[in-house]
Design a protein around this ligand. Structure first.
Ligand SMILES: [Zn+2]
Length: 539
């Protein structure tokens, strides 16, 4: 059914018998991948996100299972952002009969086009490689979807601006708010006749290094919040930012090796380039050639360079990703020459970020056995991925059906995450007005989702649960328990916090800079330890 066939029936909201509304968790429960939430409003079916499962085999097999409802009965898909684990199942849904609209922000539309085309090629190539190598479980090996399915999907994408109500008919209204996670990313609030539901999407950190900061979305009766880092806090850089990466690059160059950085093509590549550029300008690392070997990453880089209004005010898109000798590897031949040829010390950025597929596998195959090289992991590594195995010290890695010895140095740089950490997720929920009456913690491994739910209950006094895969809940705000306390707890952060040390007052946010100034040392003074502040109430 096309959108023109529907009549917005605003009277539904006030009609005496409202249609039953339910929410089904079809993915991203007990895992970070496969985001899919199905809202059913009477006869209408609206899917929020349509992500692909990645990582563990049991999850990946779900990509191949029949969709829980007939895809042709879904009228709309609402996308939070263009990462594969949020949009990568769309072509499979279309292949299975979905023909409705896919609504997303203009930059998500641009990036999803790049991501899905790449995914289609990758699916086809992996099936071909598997056929040639004989390691597939399917015989003959087949792709989940192909480039034709992708081309059939792209015309269904429809752009909607941030902060604008989109009426979908039958009393369903959706609104996108900036989430500061990747370019175009959003939280989506959906009003239904049974109540409102806010889907966080992936929540960015307060200070994304490149993008405009996230904004506080309008509150809702029910909130579905991600919990990737629901049980963890990001480390604060103890000295200079990304020192582990800088250190690894210096060491690797000295022993004549190269540094491989597996990175998500969209956003992570941009943020890594920006960090490398900074390090080179401050002469923290040598000026090595930097290869970006991912057609998807180079295409996404062009979108970021052209997105001036969505970038931070202090980021100049013309120079932000400048690393001097940047070599964008576009064709398969160039990629082969890079992986197989000899080159002096270099930095290679390639996707996928968790080494689940893509050109990075060829680099790993070639580079892991040589102890002069280094692999720097730059973000969350899901269970069951090669990235996770490397992070956990694997000595062998299975790539293209063969075991490859891991003798290269493996380094983890946690500072690149563009996901909010646990405290940040609590304050994201805490900022919502009106406050939610029930929060679903999803998009995290079970321990993370449960830890976040427990913190939300304790610190914000909102009811919070970690739903299970395929769980269905009724959305009926009128029947929600309204006996919950209405007094809000004190805000978790005190923005004007000051600290007195030896009788001098320092502003906490500028502590390091203030200490330098007092010592009269300017930038020559480097903080080598950690300053821990414990705040306890008076008396
Ligand atoms: Zn994401």
């Amino acid at each position: 059914m096309g959108s023109s066939a529907r009549q917005p029936t605003s009277s539904t909201a006030s009609s005496p018998v409202a249609p039953p509304v339910s929410l089904a968790f079809l993915g991203a429960t007990e895992t970070v991948t496969g985001s899919k939430y199905l809202l059913t409003v009477g006869e209408r079916r609206v899917l929020v996100d349509c992500g692909q499962f990645q990582g563990e085999k049991a999850l990946r097999l779900r990509n191949w299972a029949a969709f829980p409802v007939v895809p042709a009965t879904i009228t709309d898909v609402l996308l939070t952002h263009a990462h594969l684990d949020h949009c990568g199942y769309l072509p499979a849904l279309v292949k299975a009969g979905f023909a409705g609209r896919i609504h997303c922000t203009p930059h998500t539309l641009e990036l999803a086009t790049i991501v899905l085309r790449d995914a289609g090629h990758l699916q086809e190539r992996d099936a071909e490689d598997a056929a040639a190598g004989g390691w597939s479980k399917h015989s003959p090996p087949r792709p989940l979807y192909d480039t034709q399915d992708v081309e059939a999907t792209l015309p269904l994408l429809s752009a909607v601006d941030f902060d604008t109500d989109l009426a979908l008919g039958d009393g369903i209204v959706a609104r996108w708010t900036r989430a500061g996670h990747i370019l175009g990313s959003a939280s989506i609030r959906v009003q239904t006749p049974g109540g409102s539901v806010l889907f966080s999407g992936d929540v960015g950190r307060v200070d994304h290094p490149v993008l405009r900061a996230r904004e506080v979305p309008p509150g809702a009766d029910y909130v579905v919040v991600e919990s990737t880092y629901g049980d963890r806090e990001h480390p604060q850089p103890r000295n200079l930012p990304h020192e582990r990466l800088a250190d690894a690059i210096r060491r690797t160059e000295q022993r004549g090796g190269s540094v491989l950085i597996p990175a998500f093509a969209v956003d992570r590549t941009e943020v890594v380039l920006q960090a490398l550029g900074e390090m080179m300008r401050h002469e923290r690392i040598p000026r090595l050639p930097v290869y970006v070997n991912s057609p998807m990453a180079t295409a996404a880089l062009d979108v970021y360079r052209a997105a001036a209004t969505e970038l931070r005010a202090d980021v100049d898109p013309r120079s932000a990703f400048d690393v001097g000798d940047l070599r964008e590897v576009r064709t398969a031949d160039e990629s082969r020459a890079l992986t197989q040829g000899r080159h002096g010390p270099a930095i290679i950025i390639s996707s996928s970020g968790m080494a689940t597929g893509g050109r990075v596998l060829h680099h790993l195959e070639r580079m892991l056995p040589d102890p002069r090289n280094a692999v720097v992991l730059t973000g969350y590594q899901a269970v069951g991925t090669r990235g996770r195995q490397l992070a956990e010290g694997a000595t062998r890695l299975k790539i293209h059906g063969q075991y490859v010895g891991v003798r290269a140095e493996v380094v983890m740089d946690d500072e690149f995450s563009v996901h909010a950490d646990a405290s940040d997720l609590v304050s994201w929920v805490g900022d919502l007005r009106p406050r939610p009456r029930l929060v679903f913690c999803t998009h995290g491994e079970r321990s993370s989702a449960e830890a976040l739910a427990a913190r939300l209950e304790k610190e914000l006094r909102v009811d919070a649960v970690a739903p299970r895969l395929d769980e269905v809940v009724t959305i009926d705000a009128g029947r929600l328990d309204t006996a919950l306390p209405t007094v809000l707890p004190a805000p978790a952060t005190a923005p004007n916090l000051t600290v007195a040390i030896d009788g001098r007052t320092y502003a906490a946010a500028h502590l390091e800079a203030d200490l330098r100034r007092v010592a009269g040392a300017g930038d020559d003074l480097v903080l080598t330890g950690t300053i821990t502040l414990r705040l306890t109430p008076r008396g």
